[in-house]
Design a protein around this ligand. Structure first.
Ligand SMILES: *[C@@H]1O[C@H](CO)[C@@H](O)[C@H](O)[C@H]1NC(C)=O
Ligand SMILES: *[C@@H]1O[C@H](CO)[C@@H](O)[C@H](O)[C@H]1NC(C)=O
Ligand SMILES: *[C@@H]1O[C@H](CO)[C@@H](O)[C@H](O)[C@H]1NC(C)=O
Ligand SMILES: *[C@@H]1O[C@H](CO)[C@@H](O)[C@H](O)[C@H]1NC(C)=O
Length: 388
């Protein structure tokens, strides 16, 4: 009699359990991409050999979107650049049903950062397919990545790589020297204003409409590498980015401009403002997250990134990071500058790999720093905070 009762009770409990599973299925089980993802763990090895140019980048991301249409979306931004290229954004979603905090990464606004596209594509690959990056990085956020924000500038600098360097102003002013020489540096795109013969190109990172030209007494000359455009948003690249970031305004929590330092042993994690010495209201959390990231992304020779407000070294107005912070209203905005050689040896992949590893490490450390500041990554265990 007793035994019967027990069997009934146990049976009933099982039935309740099954009913519960049926009524409230665990969401991630069915709908998230987790189940069907092809996963692997490749450690520190890089997937792509050699610098990735615009066409290769386009092929790679289109291939990713074809293989995993549920998780990868490729967006062609408009307007097109002077050379008729479209900025490409890659959107990664681990879960089609829920919206997660958005992270935006923009690389190669400066065309001399040749390894910028590699860094962002390697990061994308790891987020999608490498088990060690899925938790906590891929599954907890929606990612928006623009590998090459200045395709024309990248194409321009890489195509001149074998020529002899001469002074950039001299190069710009004198067409007869151009046949076998290149400007020693090129921080611009290649657009022309109407009727122009000689000087061309606009510095995209000074072309955004936030305190535009506040850093200079008078407009830099047209040949200058810091020429900010005839007016804010005169460049197609800045317009395309503007439209895209405004669309993401409510979703974005963290934005990172992957930049580069061209001075050895001077590597930075910067945050707004860049145009003024005035501090942003969330100065303390930006500094704290930056320092956390610097500790976790220690440089190969043991140094730390220098972490401070962008304007402490040099004031730069009309920059992307100030625009995202000041106009779009994103809380956490950083500019990261690992060292990148100017016109590195194109076939020497060791230099390239160093920049890529540094970039991925500093980007993910910023994400960790943010998690840590919000305690997203800590569990209280008998009164002790444990990070994971
Ligand atoms: C620019 O590129 C698009 C395709 O990306 C093409 O349809 C269009 O004809 C091109 N325009 C010019 C002026 O070459
Ligand atoms: C790069 O420049 C060459 C000419 O210098 C041009 O033929 C090619 O279409 C350009 N590629 C891109 C992606 O702009
Ligand atoms: C341009 O460069 C050539 C060769 O270096 C030089 O002879 C010429 O004087 C330069 N022209 C101008 C206008 O500077
Ligand atoms: C560039 O790197 C390659 C491969 O490491 C090397 O063979 C070549 O000599 C280098 N070129 C120059 C100009 O240093």
């Amino acid at each position: 009699m007793f035994l019967h009762l027990k069997v009934y009770i146990v049976g009933f409990i099982y039935f309740l359990g099954i009913l519960f599973m049926f009524l409230f299925p665990p969401r991630n089980f069915e709908q998230s991409g987790t189940k069907m993802r092809r996963i692997r763990s490749i450690g520190n090895k890089l997937k792509y050999e050699g610098y990735i140019d615009y066409e290769t980048m386009l092929n790679v991301v289109q291939h990713m979107a074809m293989e995993d249409p549920e998780m990868v979306e490729v967006v062609h931004l408009t307007p097109h650049t002077a050379a008729n290229n479209s900025l490409i954004a890659i959107e990664l979603h681990s879960d089609t049903l829920s919206k997660k905090p958005g992270i935006l990464i923009i690389g190669t606004i400066n065309g001399m950062v040749w390894a910028g596209s590699n860094s962002i594509l390697e990061l994308t690959d790891k987020l999608l397919y490498d088990t060690t990056y899925q938790t906590p990085f891929f599954n907890d956020y929606d990612w928006y990545l623009i590998p090459i924000a200045n395709p024309d500038g990248l194409n321009f600098t890489t195509s001149l790589r074998d020529y002899t360097s001469i002074d950039a102003i001299e190069w710009s002013r004198n067409i007869s020297v151009r046949t076998k020489t290149k400007p020693v540096e090129w921080h611009k795109n290649v657009d022309k204003e109407s009727g122009e013969q000689l000087c061309f190109g606009t510095n995209i990172n000074r072309n955004f409409a936030y305190h535009w030209q506040d850093d200079v007494r008078k407009t830099p000359i047209r040949c200058s590498q810091y020429y900010p455009g005839i007016k804010p948003f005169s460049t197609a690249e800045a317009q395309a980015i503007r439209e895209y970031v405004h669309k993401l305004a409510d979703i974005l929590h963290l934005a990172i401009h992957l930049h580069a330092s061209f001075v050895p042993k001077k590597e930075f994690i910067l945050y707004p403002w860049r145009y003024t010495l005035r501090q942003p209201s969330n100065y303390h959390s930006l500094q704290e997250i930056g320092e956390y990231a610097a500790r976790h992304a220690r440089l190969p020779d043991g140094r730390l990134y220098e972490v401070h407000q962008g304007s402490s070294d040099e004031r730069v107005a009309g920059s992307l990071s100030d625009y995202i912070s000041g106009v779009v209203g994103t809380d956490l905005v950083f500019v990261v500058k690992p060292y990148h050689e100017v016109f590195p040896n194109y076939t020497d992949s060791t230099i390239m790999e160093t920049y890529i590893h540094k970039s991925i490490s500093v980007i993910l450390s910023l994400v960790r720093g943010w998690r840590s500041s919000t305690k997203q990554n800590t569990l209280s265990f008998f009164g002790k905070d444990i990070e994971f």
